[in-house]
Write a protein that binds this ligand. Structure first.
Ligand code: SF4
Length: 423
């Protein structure tokens, strides 16, 4: 969950650790809450409710007309079950663990004014009686797989918890888990207390740079949520450098567009803006080999996100603030017809003899599970439940999901195609 108040928050730590000046640069832009962020906030409150209920605290279930759904119920169940199992396991190891839910942690001994809110902190012991600090963070996103290994957000929470409780409780190892149910991801990273503390010391000077708005501006996958992205010069330069190097013969110093052909330059009236972009001049005509595309793929991913953010920013300025954009105008998009008064629609249709107005639908799998209870559902309907394989997606090697074993080799595909063609 994003911490809206800390300049050097844990949730955006990957960003400021890799690009220290970004923390101050993005302060110039409003931190607008997205629908996803609001849904995430609600889901977190449901997680909190479920864990506190298990801990026998008096709590009221949060409500939301917009976001309360079966899916939220499912994903928060996954998180709550993980937390409960963690606590129960420690109890089986012979201790009564300390459990803290939605706990504010302070790591300002390493990062200026640094604090955050940890979803779960459990302090107890393993089966050998060694002290464990376990931190868990719930993620609702499904766009990017979040790995627990060397996850700076978790490590900062852990450092904060260690700072607050490490002198009371004997802690030998630190467990850090990401629970990201929408991607079937529960990933845990374990390190020793010393390793964690060493990492904390290593980021101390970087945090100081970030706090002062200094350091090198550097693009990477951490740019994803940076609010300065649409106007970030490092991103613009990276995109144009790649285009220039790989594909196009661009003018130097261009943010200027693709050069106009001599013919078009000649016919263009002086002092008027070009009405259309000229044809690009390709460095090497022909086709780009696959291996070259492979090499630039990670950068292209990032550039495409940057381009989207530029369009969103410029469009927002034009649409919301009336800022004129040269060569563009604001128009109304297409819209669909809607009924203004549903009751009147039904009454009028009925009065005129149209009665078949409603559809009936079978309740969903989760609703069946709620109706019958998990055990009865498994007994009665379990045999009819199947989890089909997910849609194939190309992801970077860093994604911890195992690769799909393909049975069709290119040769086989070729054979199949050839056979088909010959039929
Ligand atoms: S968008 Fe720019 S300022 Fe923000 S993290 Fe990336 S490189 Fe740094």
């Amino acid at each position: 969950m994003p911490e809206s108040h800390a300049l050097l928050g844990a949730s955006n730590s990957k960003q400021w650790i890799n690009c220290p000046p970004s923390a101050r640069l993005q302060q110039q832009f409003p931190n607008e809450s997205s629908v996803y962020a609001e849904e995430g906030t609600f889901a977190h409150s449901v997680c909190e409710y479920k864990v506190r209920k298990y801990l026998h605290e008096r709590v009221k279930r949060p409500q939301s007309e917009a976001y309360d759904s079966e899916e939220i119920e499912q994903i928060t169940d996954v998180y709550a079950e993980f937390v409960i199992e963690t606590i129960e396991r420690m109890k089986r190891n012979g201790c009564e663990p300390l459990t803290l839910v939605e706990e504010r942690v302070d790591y300002s001994h390493l990062v200026p004014s640094g604090f955050g809110t940890a979803d779960m902190i459990v302090i107890g012991q393993d089966e050998n009686g060694k002290g464990i600090l376990h931190i868990a963070d719930f993620k609702t996103g499904k766009g990017v797989f979040v790995d627990a290994a060397y996850n700076s957000q978790l490590m900062l929470y852990a450092l904060g918890a260690l700072h607050a409780y490490g002198y009371i409780y004997p802690i030998d190892t630190v467990w850090m888990t990401i629970v990201q149910p929408r991607l079937d991801n529960i990933s845990t990273y374990v390190c020793t207390r010393e390793e964690l503390e060493e990492w904390g010391e290593s980021i101390r000077p970087i945090a100081q740079l970030a706090y002062e708005g200094k350091g090198e501006q550097k693009c990477g996958d951490w740019c994803r949520f940076c609010r300065a992205k649409p106007v970030c010069r490092a991103c613009a330069e990276e995109a144009l450098a790649l285009a220039k190097e790989e594909f196009l013969d661009l003018d130097d110093g261009v943010l200027a567009p693709i050069r106009a052909s001599p013919e078009k330059q000649h016919t263009q009236e002086e002092g008027t803006a070009p009405t259309e972009l000229a044809e690009p001049t390709f460095k090497q005509p022909g086709l780009v080999p696959f291996h070259e595309l492979e090499e630039i793929l990670p950068t292209l991913n990032r550039i495409s996100a940057w381009i989207e953010s530029v369009f969103a920013y410029v469009s927002g300025e034009a649409i919301n603030n009336g800022v004129p954009v040269k060569g563009y105008k604001v128009v109304e998009g297409r819209s669909k017809r809607v009924f203004t008064d549903l009751k009147a629609v039904v009454d009028t249709a009925m009065q005129n003899g149209y009665t078949d107005l409603y559809k009936k639908e079978l309740i969903s799998l989760t609703e069946f599970e709620k109706l019958m209870g998990k055990k009865r559902f498994a007994e009665l309907l379990g045999p009819y439940v199947q989890k089909p394989p997910g849609k194939l997606t190309l992801v970077p090697d860093s994604d911890p999901r195992p690769p799909v074993e393909r049975t069709d080799s290119p040769e086989q595909e070729f054979t199949a195609l050839t056979a088909q063609e010959e039929e």
